[in-house]
Design a protein around this ligand. Structure first.
Ligand code: GLA
Length: 696
């Protein structure tokens, strides 16, 4: 791939840049334009020719920069191709500028273009919704244009997500086959297109969605498109995922990417808006008693004139509600310190409610269409702030800055975003630049996050948007993790986490043990299953511990202790997905299973997760073949988070008996070719059986 790319680059230098950037006015009938502009004088053509090529070669990457100019207009595009050295990921983007007499209208401005040549290409893309994120859809690519797009405005990973895989030779496989993986590093509206306009092959384009987003570019200003990151793997989808995970962790695409994250309790599903100091202190006691490390106070803690007792008021009024917390945040951060845990807090800084002091005083601070009625979001009152406005950016910065200046003990922020852009207008942007809004919103957001990170590099910040609505590489560099989903039903979480892991690393994936029966689905799942499912990523809890049974408390205590030992492996290891929950089986006859494994770089330490998803008597079990191990090494299995049992001699719950595989040794070759019969039988077991093994 690298050589082919170099050849393209050289061709681009000598002639025109179509191989890297097809432009309207310079393309054959086969290509679609990746760049289409209307010049100041009305001319719509663009014939870019290379002027100069420079190379950067440093310890981290090689970057080729091709400066191009239009044959006629003073219009310039600088093409960047950055190839990372530690990982097979290439990033491409364009810097667009001009010195024409008046603004130029960018009507289509993709980030990258790739030709795809495969005999039977198949597309995998992630679809989903609130509480049901990351569902993979696989389909053959056929003639015509297939587009994946999102026009939420503020978030872009619910519904369709800005990452795809394209397998060249049929349905993509997990561990073999040629697969392209691509992610548009952008948090706003996007459009990814695969076009088959002739018999020769397919063409992939990725960029900002041009719908209602004609970008008005002033002379001498530079517009940089978002980066398109892509990789080629011969190791199937697993190879693509591992490349993205490594890139996220080691190339600055995930904030503090190489660090592990704490075990936390989040207050939301335990007490919702019913925050009181007493309840918060009790929850802190609980998480500390299980061995957890962080407590996060979610929505409901703020508001003066308007109280935050439901989702319809007080966003924007970021002062402590002293009716609920008479001793303020200081009492809480002190209490956390006394319990040797850290303290975190929820905010939704880009939003307000019509019922808020902020909105009463500054009605101009929200996105709004002149002379039209406001369309209201969550709670019937929510509005999105105008992040194109530098004053609003300052305000959003000050929310975090004030909190962290007054309370430097705050170690964690959950940054939420629960509204889409429904009012596509800005009182800040001039009338002739309203179509810059969808783009400038995100540029303003990123600018604000950059300021926050420059001043507060160490506070852990979670990226949340009604769950996983903002799981994208546009925002990931500023966040340490993201909330995978508002749905904590352990069964559905297996599926949600599976799809999400295609592109995102486990230390970024916040996975919480929920209550049972679970409030959204009514499903009852055993505490061990809930722990085991949450333990495959960044472990946390999202329930009211006061409602837990002694058995549940005991299991969580075992889970937390084992997780701490396994944490570097789980959060920073190389992921091998072994058996997909999506794999079709004759369900009564054969057990539906999901299994995954993390291995360290030295391949001498691994952890295996196996989940039974369907339970029928006399079902045959599935043999699970491992992957990613050293075939010549011998591994000994140690069962972890063993199901607790009641010990009558001690009158207490404690770890029960491990299964028969515990202590057994196998070679890597055996584990990968013959595999394991993991006891997930339902005959003497409960519904939703699961096992975790450490391999050393
Ligand atoms: C969103 C988040 C939840 C919770 C609520 C609070 O829905 O995804 O986790 O924080 O907001 O209002």
């Amino acid at each position: 791939m690298f050589l082919a790319l170099c050849a393209c680059l050289m061709a681009g230098v000598q002639s025109h840049a179509i191989d890297l950037l097809p432009t309207f006015g310079d393309i054959d009938h086969i290509h679609l334009p990746a760049l289409l502009v209307q010049h100041a004088d009305g001319d719509q053509s663009l014939q870019l020719r290379a002027q100069d090529t420079t190379y950067t070669d440093n310890a981290q990457y090689m970057e080729t920069v091709i400066a191009t100019k239009d044959l006629v207009q003073p219009f310039y595009v600088t093409i960047h191709v950055r190839q990372w050295k530690a990982v097979e990921i290439t990033e491409t983007w364009y810097d667009i500028s001009h010195t024409e007499k008046k603004p130029v209208r960018l009507q289509r401005y993709d980030s990258g273009y790739l030709p795809i040549n495969g005999d039977n290409p198949h597309l995998l893309h992630l679809h989903g919704n609130w509480a049901a994120e990351g569902v993979p859809t696989v389909e053959p690519l056929t003639r015509g244009v297939k587009a994946i797009r999102n026009s939420d405005g503020a978030r872009n990973a619910h519904l369709d997500a800005p990452e795809v895989m394209i397998a060249l030779d049929g349905v993509p496989q997990e561990n073999y086959g040629r697969v392209l993986g691509a992610a548009l590093c952008w948090s706003g509206n996007f459009e990814l297109r695969v076009a088959a306009t002739d018999e020769k092959g397919f063409h992939f384009y990725a960029g900002i969605d041009p719908m209602a987003s004609e970008y008005i570019l002033e002379p001498k200003k530079v517009f940089s498109t978002p980066h398109l990151a892509y990789t080629w793997s011969n190791e199937g989808m697993g190879g693509v995922s591992r490349a993205f995970h490594r890139w996220a962790r080691t190339c600055g695409m995930l904030h503090n990417g190489n660090a592990t994250r704490d075990i936390l309790l989040n207050s939301w599903e335990g007490i919702y808006f019913d925050i009181t100091e007493e309840r918060i202190l009790a929850m802190m006691n609980d998480i500390a008693s299980f061995g957890g490390e962080l407590f996060v106070m979610d929505d409901g803690w703020f508001g003066a004139k308007y109280q935050r007792n439901s989702d319809n008021a007080a966003l924007g009024d970021w002062v402590v509600d002293t009716r609920k917390l008479p001793n303020g945040l200081k009492a809480l951060t002190d209490a956390a310190k006394d319990r040797h845990i850290k303290f975190g807090i929820w905010i939704e800084p880009e939003a307000t409610n019509t019922l808020s002091e902020l909105y009463e005083k500054h009605p101009d601070c929200v996105l709004q269409e002149r002379n039209r009625e406001l369309k209201l979001g969550r709670g019937g009152t929510q509005l999105v702030l105008d992040m194109t406005n530098p004053k609003v950016q300052d305000f959003v910065f000050s929310i975090v800055d004030d909190l962290l200046t007054k309370h430097p003990e705050i170690a964690y922020i959950k940054w939420d975003a629960n509204a889409s852009i429904q009012n596509c207008g800005s009182t800040y942007l001039p009338r002739d630049k309203q179509s810059n809004l969808y783009v400038d919103y995100h540029l303003g957001l990123v600018k604000t996050l950059e300021r926050i990170r420059a001043k507060y590099p160490n506070v852990v910040i979670q990226n949340c948007a009604s769950g996983g609505g903002r799981a994208n590489y546009g925002l990931m560099p500023y966040f340490d993790e993201f909330w995978v989903s508002d749905n904590n039903d352990a069964l559905q979480r297996v599926y949600i986490q599976w799809g999400t892991s295609y592109f995102f690393p486990s230390n970024a994936m916040a996975q919480h043990i929920g209550g049972s029966p679970y409030l959204m689905t009514g499903r009852t799942t055993p505490i061990k299953f809930r722990c085991d499912v949450a333990m495959s990523g960044r472990l946390g809890m999202e329930l009211q511990p006061a409602h837990m049974t002694d058995e549940e408390r005991a299991q969580c205590t075992v889970a937390f202790a084992d997780y701490k030992e396994l944490r570097p492996l789980i959060q920073l290891g190389n992921l091998y997905r072994l058996v997909s929950p999506y794999e079709p089986v004759p369900v009564v006859e054969k057990q539906q299973v999901a299994s995954l494994l993390y291995v360290n770089d030295a391949k001498d330490h691994a952890v295996l997760f196996a989940y039974g998803l369907s339970s029928f008597m006399k079902q045959s079990s599935r043999r699970i073949r491992l992957a990613g191990l050293d075939p010549d090494r011998t591994y000994t299995l140690h069962e972890k988070n063993i199901r607790v049992a009641y010990h009558h001699d001690r009158n207490a719950w404690g770890e029960g008996e491990p299964c028969e595989l515990d202590g057994k040794s196998f070679t890597g070759a055996y584990l990968m070719s013959v595999g394991l019969d993991i006891p997930l039988s339902t005959e003497y077991n409960i519904d939703y059986p699961s096992r975790i093994f450490e391999l050393k």
